[in-house]
Design a protein around this ligand. Structure first.
Ligand SMILES: *[C@@H]1O[C@H](CO)[C@@H](O)[C@H](O)[C@H]1NC(C)=O
Ligand SMILES: *[C@@H]1O[C@H](CO)[C@@H](O)[C@H](O)[C@H]1NC(C)=O
Ligand SMILES: *[C@@H]1O[C@H](CO)[C@@H](O)[C@H](O)[C@H]1NC(C)=O
Ligand SMILES: *[C@@H]1O[C@H](CO)[C@@H](O)[C@H](O)[C@H]1NC(C)=O
Ligand SMILES: *[C@@H]1O[C@H](CO)[C@@H](O)[C@H](O)[C@H]1NC(C)=O
Ligand SMILES: *[C@@H]1O[C@H](CO)[C@@H](O)[C@H](O)[C@H]1NC(C)=O
Ligand SMILES: *[C@@H]1O[C@H](CO)[C@@H](O)[C@H](O)[C@H]1NC(C)=O
Ligand SMILES: *[C@@H]1O[C@H](CO)[C@@H](O)[C@H](O)[C@H]1NC(C)=O
Ligand SMILES: [Zn+2]
Length: 457
């Protein structure tokens, strides 16, 4: 009986949640996806973010987002909007070379659709829906004709456009467009730039930079409130990767191991992409024991857990530096912070915070994968996701319209119910015994209506 009641209560609370916010369900759902480049997950614990913490209080926080290897900017931003590992979406580095077409890709030479067309980003899918458009205040790929489509509203990439201008223009597009903008992106270069310059262990400089970012978040929220977008807009604030401290005492100089004429270097550090000009095995042999702080892999031997193998743009040999080590040519690095390392390192992980009608309020969750964001965004926008490597159920606990009972909670409920049931039964037996003591024929009576009290429950 008790369990039945519990079930009924659970059912009702579920129905109530389902019915809540009738008005917000009748409008088309809208989503703004924001990235602050290089926002390492534990900055949130180690620095103060009054505006961001207010945002989180009214929404959800995922403390660690496990990103994809290599933990670089373009690859991870494209994984967020496609749900694919790098080998499957084709943006396998910030610097690439395709041996068949002899094309080069870099962050300043990225507009050839060839590089992007192996996947379909969510802003393209969103625009195939009737009466919907997408807008972008920058995000890698949003100024490229991917599958012959750009967002209806976008900016060409330029780091000299201020955050305020990006916010002003994206919020104008979100308020005034017809057909309405239902998916929008906003990208900002910090704290990545300062993380590289000072290193994440420079507390004083990082505190200053991170306070500036929190003020920018304050500006964004204020703007959304002023324009009446705040209540019905879903906002995700996340990032592509973290940052770790580097040092000139941790350099790996390739020139000490192999002659430059023997190979081309497609990408340098911390994951070097090596295209041999002589026998591959020979190059591999020269590099294999170059440094104890660097793993050297032939393409076929790259560990499966990286999902970084099955693409022509991944070069025949890759070198992966240990955390905090930098691969250099004849001493040539001034970076005090870097990223790109093994994606299982916590220092490489970003966080995710989200708020709006689709999200719970005041919910904390320890971890999801960066590829899980895409199916969640498709769900919120009512889009059919393309095949991807994410898992929708990982994000169910963040969403108001999903059932979410995790295993510990479920066990807790069952144990709780059993305890309550046992206690009640004991109480009833004790009370019956007490009541029955004065009666001379208690035994007989007890036998008669033995089961009644339990049925009444
Ligand atoms: C749903 O929203 C509409 C308009 O916002 C309102 O008129 C209506 O009463 C609401 N229905 C319920 C059941 O809350
Ligand atoms: C799209 O918008 C037009 C005009 O606003 C409207 O007539 C049409 O029903 C809309 N289509 C859908 C699928 O909402
Ligand atoms: C972006 O740049 C291209 C080429 O420079 C130009 O033709 C185009 O109009 C620009 N688009 C926007 C939205 O500024
Ligand atoms: C932002 O909008 C203003 C006003 O429409 C426009 O003049 C400006 O060029 C836009 N900025 C960018 C970077 O597109
Ligand atoms: C490879 O490097 C060696 C020196 O280690 C040099 O003698 C040789 O000419 C180089 N081969 C090519 C093809 O550049
Ligand atoms: C490369 O060198 C290895 C041994 O040094 C040899 O067994 C192999 O046949 C060579 N491969 C080519 C393509 O020359
Ligand atoms: C390495 O640096 C030294 C001094 O800066 C220079 O003389 C030398 O030519 C460099 N070697 C290469 C291979 O660039
Ligand atoms: C990732 O997803 C793509 C598209 O469905 C698929 O082709 C690929 O095999 C997946 N990768 C893994 C490792 O499952
Ligand atoms: Zn980045």
């Amino acid at each position: 009986v008790f369990i039945m009641k519990l079930l009924v209560i659970l059912l009702f609370s579920g129905l109530m949640t389902g019915c809540r916010g009738n008005s917000s369900y009748s409008l088309p759902p809208k989503l703004l996806l924001v990235s602050f480049d290089g926002f390492r997950a534990d900055y949130l614990q180690n620095y103060e973010f009054p505006h961001l913490q207010n945002f989180i209080k009214e929404g959800v926080l995922v403390e660690h987002v496990k990103n994809v290897f290599i933990t670089k900017t373009f690859p991870n931003h494209y994984s967020i909007v496609t749900g694919l590992y790098e080998e499957s979406h084709g943006i396998v580095a910030n610097s690439m070379y395709d041996a068949v077409t002899k094309k080069h890709f870099s962050d300043s030479n990225d507009k050839d659709p060839f590089w992007w067309n192996e996947a379909v980003p969510i802003w393209v899918t969103n625009q195939l829906q009737e009466n919907r458009s997408s807008a972008a205040a920058m995000w890698p790929g949003t100024d490229v004709l991917i599958h012959n489509t750009t967002p209806s509203y976008f900016m060409n990439y330029s780091m000299s456009v201020s955050f305020e201008e990006r916010v002003n223009n994206i919020t104008t597009w979100l308020s005034n467009s017809n057909p309405p903008v239902t998916f929008a992106t906003l990208y900002w270069e910090e704290p990545d730039a300062s993380g590289h310059k000072y290193g994440p262990e420079d507390k004083e400089n990082m505190r200053r930079v991170l306070k500036e970012i929190d003020d920018l978040i304050g500006y964004l929220v204020q703007k959304l409130k002023m324009l009446g977008l705040w209540e019905n807009l879903n906002v995700i604030i996340t990032s592509d990767h973290g940052m770790t401290q580097c040092s000139e005492n941790r350099w790996i100089n390739l020139d000490l191991c192999i002659d430059r004429s023997n190979y081309s270097l497609i990408d340098l550090s911390p994951v070097a992409a090596v295209l041999p000009k002589i026998n591959i095995t020979e190059v591999y042999e020269k590099l294999k024991n170059c440094s104890p702080h660097m793993n050297v892999y032939l393409k076929k031997d790259i560990p499966n857990r990286y999902y970084y193998q099955h693409n022509d743009r991944i070069q025949p040999i890759i070198l992966i530096a240990d955390e905090g080590w930098t691969i250099v040519l004849n001493k040539s690095s001034s970076k005090l912070g870097d990223h790109g390392y093994d994606n299982s390192l916590p220092s490489m992980h970003p966080f995710l915070a989200a708020r709006g009608p689709a999200f719970h309020k005041g919910y904390k969750y320890s971890t999801i994968n960066i590829v899980d964001i895409y199916p969640m965004m498709c769900h919120i926008l009512g889009l059919k996701p393309h095949p991807n490597n994410g898992t929708f159920s990982h994000t169910k606990c963040l969403l108001v319209d999903q059932w979410c009972i995790n295993l510990p909670e479920a066990i807790g409920i069952v144990i709780g119910a059993l305890l309550a049931l046992t206690t009640l039964t004991c109480l009833i037996i004790i009370m019956q015994n007490r009541l029955s003591v004065p009666h001379p024929f208690s035994r007989l009576q007890l036998q008669e209506d033995d089961d009644d009290p339990l049925i009444d429950l």
